[in-house]
Design a binder for this molecule. Structure first.
Ligand code: DP6
Length: 358
């Protein structure tokens, strides 16, 4: 599938070499993307909070070359990472049509994450969005007339081709990806800023990420998405995601924390239910994931404080709560939840506003 709007006209400028640096955050989905078609097209729309502290910082240096191949080196925290190369090579192949300069340069990609590499936090969203933005900075230098709007839209489009959820990391504080009938401008091809009114209750929301299991995932997201093909509950699930996004629009507008919690927790458990009911089936939650969920439920019941959880494709728990309850919830995490975290590790984060050029 070729998307004509993202194929550039001939470039005005020529550049021999240069370097750009972007910092791009991770994001946490409220309505989840799980299941995709060819060319990274999602089976259903999703929406996420952009995070603030969990981010990847990538410097892309480039120098003109004469050979007709992809040529790049990649470093994580200063260490050469040849095992990352196949993923980047696949990404370059997917986006080559849209960035015709890709074979004209040798690239050095230097990347680091603000969260520990082994934290089990997916770095693909922040990593792929940071790289897509660096590449777009080169295109902008080649074609300085490009508008800001096109820059961001195309960066999100490219990031999606690296990792689906990455297209939701460029802006904040809420981003929608995937066509939804009530959201004008929503697209399967790129993320857009959530266009409707958001109640004060959801401003500066907090996300404490409890690191339950820092090991490598047993099943990659890509594999998990593929197991939604011929999944017995797939169609019902995709429909539910559309309905949940419709309901979330009302919830975000009215500030209805009770229904927000029900929807977000149900989405998290449905995601994992899809994993447990695929063939082959798998479980990414760990016993401590369930301990934490139960503790959150009792704490909410006992105190009335609107704290809830969500999960991504792993065992870690994201604890979501409104800013005004920060002190109490932090105390609760320290007193009751830290024991379930591997080596007592957790990361306090909050909603952020997207990527920045450094
Ligand atoms: C469970 O974006 O990591 O976090 O497109 O194959 O790279 P690929 O998958 P990825 O999937 C993320 C799935 C999720 C839900 C979500 O973020 O919406």
């Amino acid at each position: 599938m070729i998307q004509k709007q993202f194929i550039p006209n001939t470039y005005k400028n020529t550049i021999e070499k240069g370097s750009y640096t972007w910092s791009s955050p991770s994001n946490i989905a409220l309505v989840k993307y799980w299941g995709k078609k060819e060319h990274q097209i999602p089976e259903n729309p999703s929406i996420s909070f952009t995070l603030d502290n969990c981010k990847t910082i990538t410097t892309l240096s480039f120098v003109k070359k004469n050979t007709d191949n992809f040529s790049f080196d990649i470093f994580l925290d200063g260490e050469k990472k040849d095992d990352f190369k196949p993923k980047i090579e696949t990404f370059f192949k997917r986006i080559e049509n849209y960035l015709p300069f890709l074979k004209a340069y040798h690239f050095t990609i230097e990347t680091s994450n603000t969260f520990p590499h082994s934290s089990g936090i997916a770095s693909s969203a922040s990593g792929m969005s940071a790289l897509a933005l660096c590449l777009m900075s080169i295109e902008k230098a080649l074609n300085p007339d490009m508008s800001e709007a096109h820059f961001i839209k195309k960066a999100s489009f490219l990031a999606r081709l690296g990792s689906g959820s990455a297209c939701r990391s460029l802006e904040g504080d809420l981003v929608v990806w995937g066509k939804h009938k009530q959201i004008d401008g929503s697209s399967d091809l790129f993320g857009i800023k959530y266009p409707f009114h958001v109640h004060e209750n959801f401003k500066n929301y907090n996300d404490a990420i409890l690191l339950v299991d820092k090991g490598e995932k047993q099943v990659s997201s890509t594999l998990g998405h593929n197991l939604m093909h011929n999944h017995p509950f797939a169609q019902e699930r995709f429909k539910q995601a559309h309905d949940n996004l419709s309901n979330l629009i009302k919830i975000l507008k009215t500030g209805d924390l009770k229904n927000f919690i029900d929807l977000v927790e149900s989405e998290a458990l449905t995601l994992h239910a899809m994993m447990m009911t695929s063939m082959p089936y798998f479980i990414l939650m760990k016993p401590n994931t369930l301990e934490i969920i139960n503790k959150i439920w009792s704490y909410r019941q006992d105190t009335g404080i609107p704290v809830c959880f969500t999960l991504d494709a792993g065992a870690n728990v994201h604890v979501l709560y409104p800013e005004k309850h920060t002190e109490k919830v932090n105390q609760f995490i320290k007193n009751e939840l830290v024991v379930y975290c591997q080596n007592g590790h957790y990361i306090c984060d909050k909603i952020g506003f997207g990527a920045k050029q450094l």
